[in-house]
Design a protein around this ligand. Structure first.
Ligand code: SF4
Length: 321
């Protein structure tokens, strides 16, 4: 495990396995403001060009890879605090990452599909994971809260085209939130669109993690029905994912404290899981958590009746180096 300004890891991503995470942003930039977002509310929806920042990003990545190498890592994952397609130097970043000879992956909220330049840029990645939370505009407006008009029908059309134009791994995910997109009618309508897009893998995500705003768990009966329906159409390609932080923890890490801090800077962890992880590694669980809290490395928050360990700052630790 290693921390750096703009690149970190490796971590075990549930969708791609072992990855280095690349985050070129310095603040939370997104053109959506999803109610379930673990980063809170975006500070802005634009990221201006910055030659100075890009020089620091490329230098950091180069040094990191020189020290750590890429053996045993499945991919570089461009997954910043926000929407990566808003990063103006994305074409140069892809070139740098590709030069290390590993696949380069990206997670995007799909809004960029409606722009031809971004659409073409996404074709350069080796793995692309798109988000599609609903095919209903009202739900997208209330759940994803985009800063511009998004017509989900057009997004679905572009996803179908992308699947046709793209010869590599295309993944799709939906975050299901109780009261927003978990009614049977709406979920089945979405499932119809997923079948037409026919991604290599489809992830049904249920993160009700702090600081989600007004979110609650989805109706699991509905999710199970959708899962069964889609699995019969796309066998072994549909997954339900919850508590992503717990699965990210590397159980064999040489430095469990650094590992824990790194992971909570990516996803909140339940206090129970954090304590168990430390104890599995021979450390006094709760005592260590309290010490890290006093040092300002983490915070404990109460959310929806559960205690969570979260990053201490809005900006993730990966940024502070
Ligand atoms: S698209 Fe992703 S980063 Fe942006 S607000 Fe939604 S969850 Fe957060």
């Amino acid at each position: 495990m290693m921390l750096n300004k703009f690149i970190g890891g490796p971590v075990i991503d549930q969708k791609i396995r072992k990855v280095y995470i690349v985050d070129p942003f310095e603040k939370f930039v997104c053109n959506f403001s999803c109610r379930y977002c673990i980063f809170g509310t975006p500070l802005t929806d634009t990221c201006p060009l910055s030659q100075d920042r890009f020089s620091r990003v490329s230098r950091d990545i180069g040094r990191f890879v020189l020290r750590r190498g890429v053996r045993g890592v499945n991919a570089f994952l461009v997954s910043p605090m926000g929407e990566p397609t808003l990063y103006p130097e994305l074409p140069q970043l892809i070139r740098i990452l590709k030069s290390f000879g590993k696949p380069v992956a990206i997670y995007t909220n799909s809004a960029g599909l409606l722009d031809d330049t971004i659409y073409n840029l996404l074709l350069n990645f080796d793995i692309v994971l798109f988000k599609l939370d609903s095919v209903y505009r009202d739900t997208v407006d209330s759940l994803n809260k985009p800063s511009m008009e998004i017509d989900p029908e057009k997004v679905v059309k572009r996803l179908i085209e992308f699947r046709r134009d793209y010869g590599r791994k295309m993944y799709l995910e939906t975050v299901f939130v109780g009261g927003y997109n978990d009614s049977l009618d709406e979920a089945m309508e979405l499932a119809r669109a997923v079948k037409i897009v026919n991604p290599n893998k489809y992830f049904m995500v249920t993160p009700y993690l702090p600081p989600g705003r007004g979110v609650r768990p989805p109706d699991m009966n509905v999710l199970r029905m959708v899962y069964r329906d889609l699995s019969s159409y796309m066998p072994n390609r549909v997954y339900i994912i919850d508590q992503p932080g717990e699965r990210l923890l590397d159980r064999k890490s040489d430095d469990p404290i650094e590992e824990l801090i790194y992971v909570v800077n990516l996803y909140p962890l339940t206090l129970k899981a954090a304590v168990e992880y430390l104890e599995e590694n021979g450390l006094p669980g709760m005592e260590t958590i309290r010490e890290l809290e006093e040092l300002g490395d983490i915070r404990i928050v109460e959310w929806m009746g559960e205690s969570y360990v979260v990053a201490n700052t809005v900006s993730r630790m990966i940024k502070s180096g």
